[in-house]
Design a binder for this molecule. Structure first.
Ligand SMILES: *Cc1c(COP(=O)(O)O)cnc(C)c1O
Length: 382
């Protein structure tokens, strides 16, 4: 793989272990943890995260697509279940069946496509029936269940029902409380209907990170955990809910840091503009430094003239517009030299810039910011 070495993403193994202790405390030993590694493991890198997660005992992974399932599969260090929650590309169908990749089914046509391949290979497909309970994204409606049941009955020897599941439409905010309660009731109705028709799954699962904090009674057999394993809260409100319920016990630790280094330093005279256009005027004589990271790598353009980074333990301002591959910082008042480390996300001495601070400045969700980190940035475990 060609990597871009103008910056590096560090993954902190101890932080990951800490977050797993946190999650285990919350869900107990009986509930299966499916580690959600979609979106290139929330920007952390599927290849780098899978072995680390397996080392911590994870043996169930959730991805969005068959493309991600393949990367995860290649990265396994021991046997594990891989579950596709979204899309299976046509060219991957035979690979999915061949490798017993589990997947959500959310409509009849999708099921039939996979079933044709199962017949061809005389192999079982391993499905999770996704119920539409009110998010109105995808899943089987109540009135489609009878048809589904008939197909499963007719193809008993080719279909293994691994799970029945749904997804809550915003468990990270109490504003959605009523809607989610209705979803929970609808889910219970759905599994009851399927049970009466003779379909019982090995695992019932509904909850994501925010779910295990706000609705622990719905952990059921398995939870699908993404953001908190990386040490970040789904929302400020989830964090508060946790703190209230658990009186400030363990805290999460962010797994990811992002660092680059200074590639040039120059002096600018008072009265000169800095960078493209006229967005930054040097009001006094200044010393500025350039950092080889820009919006092309996930450092949002909205951080122009507002972003902060850390150099030699000091918090410094981004000045001028963020370019595709570069941004400038004000180093007027500090000792710096070419090659000094620039911390974009992470700790430097006493100071730290966490993902949510960075996200707030650039008006992005934790989720969004992380998945925009360019795949070509090398990820190293520390
Ligand atoms: C992304 C996703 C999750 C995990 O969500 P987090 O908030 O990151 O824990 C769980 N289930 C489904 C269906 C998802 O798409």
């Amino acid at each position: 793989m060609i990597t871009n070495h103008s910056s590096v993403i560090e993954l902190n193994r101890n932080a990951l272990a800490n977050n797993f202790k946190f999650i285990k405390n919350l869900i107990g030993e009986k509930v299966t943890l499916s580690s959600v590694i979609k979106g290139n493991a929330y920007g952390h890198g599927i290849q780098q995260m899978v072995p680390e997660l397996q080392y911590l005992g994870v043996n169930h992974f959730s991805v969005f697509s068959s493309f991600e399932a393949k990367i995860a599969h290649e990265s396994l260090t021991q046997a594990a279940t891989i579950m596709v929650m979204g899309d299976i590309a046509e060219e991957d169908i035979s690979w999915v069946v061949e490798n017993k990749i589990q997947f959500f089914i959310y409509n009849i046509s999708g099921l039939q496509t996979l079933l044709r391949e199962a017949k061809k290979q005389t192999k079982k497909i391993h499905v999770h029936i996704e119920l539409e309970t009110g998010m109105n994204r995808h899943g089987f409606e109540q009135n489609q269940l009878l048809e589904l049941v008939e197909i499963i009955e007719e193809n008993k020897n080719l279909i293994e029902v691994e799970g029945i599941c749904t997804h809550f439409a915003g468990a990270e905010s109490s504003a959605n409380f009523k809607r989610i309660q209705e979803q929970q009731q609808s889910f219970l109705k759905g599994i009851e209907f399927l049970k009466i028709k003779g379909i019982e799954a090995k695992k019932l699962h509904t909850s994501c990170s925010a779910g295990i904090i706000a609705y622990p009674q719905f952990n059921l057999d398995m939870v699908r955990i993404g953001i908190i394993q990386y040490g970040l809260w789904p929302s400020k409100e989830s964090q508060l809910t946790y703190n209230v319920k658990h009186e400030y016990e363990t805290q999460l630790e962010s797994v990811l840091s992002w660092r680059s280094s200074i590639i040039d330093i120059k002096n600018v005279k008072a009265g000169d503009f800095v960078g493209y256009g006229t967005s930054f005027l040097a009001e006094t004589n200044m010393k500025i430094a350039s950092v080889p990271v820009g919006y092309g790598y996930g450092f949002s353009r909205s951080l122009s003239n507002t972003g902060r980074v850390l150099v030699n333990g000091k918090r410094l301002s981004v000045i001028g517009t963020v370019n595709m591959n570069m941004f400038l910082i004000d180093v007027t008042n500090i000792e710096v030299k070419i090659g000094d480390t620039v911390t974009i996300i992470g700790q430097d001495g006493e100071q730290s810039i966490n993902v949510s601070y960075f996200g707030n400045l650039s008006e992005q969700l934790n989720y969004e910011l992380l998945t925009r980190l360019d795949k070509s940035i090398p990820r190293v475990v520390v």
